[in-house]
Design a protein around this ligand. Structure first.
Ligand code: ATP
Length: 209
């Protein structure tokens, strides 16, 4: 699972998802937009629109799936609930991975039921340019004894491990910068898939908050 606000999806998300799929030899990567992200302000566009942009961005990319399950729940989109649903779908023995960028990882101790995330899945932290910072004491305690140093050791169990991964392509693209550029009329070419940019232009999205 690669969850996020995807406001909007950009090539940093999509290239990371493709490389995760390859690096961990995953069956598929569920990209799951949060209907109501708990720890940040309201997204610029509604969840259905973010999902439609994600679907357009994924297109026919092998191994990537736009998963609408958080749009079907009421209330804040907690990843622990989403992982529990994926665990029910795939069964007790399946190896589940929740991937997140280093910036999101740094705030993990503030998430709802962070210990439970590790009961349900492995966590894979994707290195992201411009997001280096020391771990908080709460985060260090949360991950104590969980870190492994290879994909092979991670995949020996269904859940519970932590792997920090440097994917082959690191892209310093953020949705914040994309929104700013769109709002100011600057170019977003090659930051987003063409199909996503075309949809944004067609529907006049992100011109202002
Ligand atoms: P914003 O700028 O609005 O905070 P974002 O670009 O970080 O957005 P999110 O939707 O919040 O995008 O990100 C979803 C997940 O993808 C998070 O775990 C985030 O760390 C990760 N991610 C986002 N951009 C990149 C990138 N360029 N490279 C690797 N991971 C990324």
């Amino acid at each position: 699972m690669l969850g996020g606000t995807f406001d909007p999806v950009h090539l940093g998300h999509l290239r990371s998802a493709v490389e995760l799929h390859e690096a961990l030899a995953l069956d598929r990567v569920h990209m799951i937009p949060a209907a109501m992200p708990p720890l940040r302000g309201e997204p610029w566009v509604p969840p259905e629109t973010r999902l439609a942009l994600l679907e357009a961005g994924i297109g026919d990319t092998p191994g990537l799936v736009a998963d609408p399950r958080e749009l079907r729940r009421d209330g804040p989109s907690y990843s622990a609930d989403t992982l529990a649903a994926l665990r029910r779908d795939y069964g007790r023995e399946a190896r589940l991975v929740m991937a997140l960028g280093h910036d999101a990882f740094l705030r993990l101790a503030d998430w709802r039921s962070p210990q439970r995330l590790f009961e349900l899945a492995h966590l894979v932290v994707i290195d992201r340019p411009d997001h280096e910072a020391p771990l908080s004491a709460a985060l260090a305690e949360l991950i104590q004894g969980r870190e492994v140093d290879s994909v092979e050791s991670l995949m020996q169990r269904p859940a519970g491990g932590l792997l920090r991964l440097r994917l082959p392509t690191r892209m310093a693209i953020s949705a914040t910068a994309v929104r700013r550029r769109l709002a100011s009329g600057a170019s977003v070419r090659y930051l987003l898939p063409e199909a996503v940019e075309a949809r944004i232009r067609r529907d006049g999205l992100y011109r202002q908050r």
